[in-house]
Design a binder for this molecule. Sequence first.
Ligand SMILES: NC(=O)c1ccc[n+]([C@@H]2O[C@H](COP(=O)([O-])OP(=O)(O)OC[C@H]3O[C@@H](n4cnc5c(N)ncnc54)[C@H](OP(=O)(O)O)[C@@H]3O)[C@@H](O)[C@H]2O)c1
Length: 288
Amino acid sequence: MQSISFIGAGRLGTTLAIALHRAGMPVTMIASRNPASAQQAVSGLEGCRAVTPEQAASADLVFLTVPDDEIAATAARLPWRAGQYVVHCSGASEVALLEPAARAGAITGGYHPLQIFSDPQRTLALLPGSTAGIEGPPALEQQLRLLAAKLEMVPMLLPPGSRALYHGGGLFAGTFLLSMLNEAVQAWSAFGISEEQTLRALLPVARGTLETGVAKGPAAALAGPVSRGDVKVVQRHLQALEKLSTEQADFYRQLAQRQLQLARKNGRLQAAQLDALQQLIDNKTPSA
Ligand SMILES: NC(=O)c1ccc[n+]([C@@H]2O[C@H](COP(=O)([O-])OP(=O)(O)OC[C@H]3O[C@@H](n4cnc5c(N)ncnc54)[C@H](OP(=O)(O)O)[C@@H]3O)[C@@H](O)[C@H]2O)c1
């Protein structure tokens, strides 16, 4: 492969371009809607030029790194050629959005780096070991596996039609964690702890919970009041949260309900404890 280009110099495009360039891959062109963004993205990337989207579309491998809602329209207006590879980096959108390129004879697919791209330096350090969801016909799949290897990423083949579930499901362990952190920040702010203090205090336990959950599986790793059948602790939590915000208490109930499923699965609790927790979660007076 002689040339790799990016169309869409945003958070993902600029970071992935740097990563591939550092890995010795021929990143030769970057384009964007705003030429200044492309210009900024190529700075420091030797041998890489800021070009128009039409020029970038001529590369052997083109990454379409525009927002998901722009992929189809961008693919529809660019001049593609037979035999080149054209991929998008969306987790949720189907590869069929690249149909105009496929009609021109390009080989189309997806390369989704399963990582957060909001801080380039952090993301560059996080890419090794991260998964890349890949999709495409065998020749392209092989190229994308090669790219993943260069970036020390772990390739995972996505079956056609799976992307919405792959991406939507993954959010629970990805960006939704930020919403969980925010719940903690809101609760602790009520007794005067700053956001910064809360986040710093919770990082070790968040990390420990994730690492233990991954090592043992969510059910076996389960800890906390639901796992012990400590109904009165759950009750105190709910009373305190309800004073703060009904919404937050309801969200706690929903999560406790999901935890109860894990508790049923790991089999540590007696039926009476499970029933008492269920009643409390259902907003009924606990029998324990
Ligand atoms: N961010 C993440 O954490 C992440 C993770 C995995 C996958 N992805 C995927 O990566 C893709 C890009 O996401 P992103 O977060 O990098 O978005 P982004 O930061 O909004 O970057 C996209 C860039 O594309 C440019 N653009 C918009 N419309 C364009 C057009 N019609 N033609 C050419 N350039 C255009 C815009 O730059 P200018 O207007 O400045 O030119 C914009 O900054 C999406 O498919 C997303 O699903 C993102």
